[in-house]
Design a protein. Structure first.
Length: 267
């Protein structure tokens, strides 16, 4: 079990592909011969990336503007791919965002919107495309979680909870798919140099934290695709991130939560 071989009728669907990890994963898949369908709200950026990918890698790259927070939009996405004769054999659920703010003082609409993108869209898209993968006996779902999935995160309570969901969901469905030819991989990056920090309200955090803690989106993409290709259930890129994930997972909550709260709120 691993990534399916590229074919003329299949595509790799990458959500949140307009920048950061999503764009890097799209490039990585294209470099391995996969046609890609790029999905995000910023369609102009997607078109630019699609042109770049087709020119550099000689594969089909399609740009589809879509607001994944809305179910009708997700259904339109499925219909559009079907009308183009594209079978999604690799699904990368990367779209998502975070926010550094205490829950009680956070905008309600933004918190609910985070759940819709980080959780609901992941479940819905996986459900939509998994049936076809099972029928064909091949396919791969790659869900981008976070090292925040391994412990509660005071100051980003909803974000960490959504990523814990993604991790748990991915591991369980992967086990359900055992022997089917379809794999599900959860990727749990730590700090990555992307636009994510600006959206989360922690712009400039790279300058206030050790450089060794940060990775590039291209490295995350390579780890993600290699992990899925080797049938891994969970991928945590980077030795430091693996140590952090283990500490967060196994430390007593009574000890970990006050420490995490002080560190995260002082960044």
């Amino acid at each position: 079990m691993g990534l399916p071989e590229p074919s003329t009728s299949s595509t790799a669907l990458v959500t949140g592909a307009s920048s950061g990890i999503g764009a890097a994963i799209a490039r990585e898949l294209a470099s391995r011969g996969h046609a890609v369908a790029l999905v995000a709200r910023r369609e102009e950026r997607l078109r630019s990336l699609a042109t770049e990918i087709e020119s550099e890698h000689g594969v089909t790259a399609e740009a589809i503007g879509c607001d994944l927070a809305e179910q009708p939009e997700r259904e339109r996405l499925v219909d559009e791919l079907r009308s183009r004769g594209r079978a999604v054999e690799v699904l990368v659920n990367n779209a998502g965002f975070g926010l550094q703010s205490d829950f009680a003082t956070s905008p309600r609409e933004r918190m609910v919107g985070m759940v819709r993108i980080n959780v609901e869209a992941v479940v819905d898209l996986t459900s939509m495309f998994l049936t076809g993968m099972l029928e064909r006996g091949r396919g791969s779902v790659i869900n981008i979680a976070s090292t925040a999935a391994f412990q509660p995160l005071p100051g980003s309570a909803v974000y960490a909870a959504t990523k814990s969901f993604v991790l748990s969901f991915s591991e369980a469905v992967n086990e359900e798919m055992r022997g089917s030819g379809v794999g599900v991989t959860a990727v749990c990056p730590g700090p990555v140099r992307t636009e994510f920090t600006e959206v989360a309200g922690v712009g400039g955090i790279e300058d206030r934290t050790p450089g060794a803690a940060w990775m590039w989106a291209e490295d995350i993409a390579r780890h993600a695709i290699d992990g899925a290709d080797h049938g891994k259930r969970v991928v945590v890129p980077g030795a430091l991130n693996r140590a952090t994930a283990m500490a967060g997972h196994y430390s007593p909550r009574s000890v970990a939560l006050p420490l995490i709260s002080r560190i995260w709120r002082n960044l």
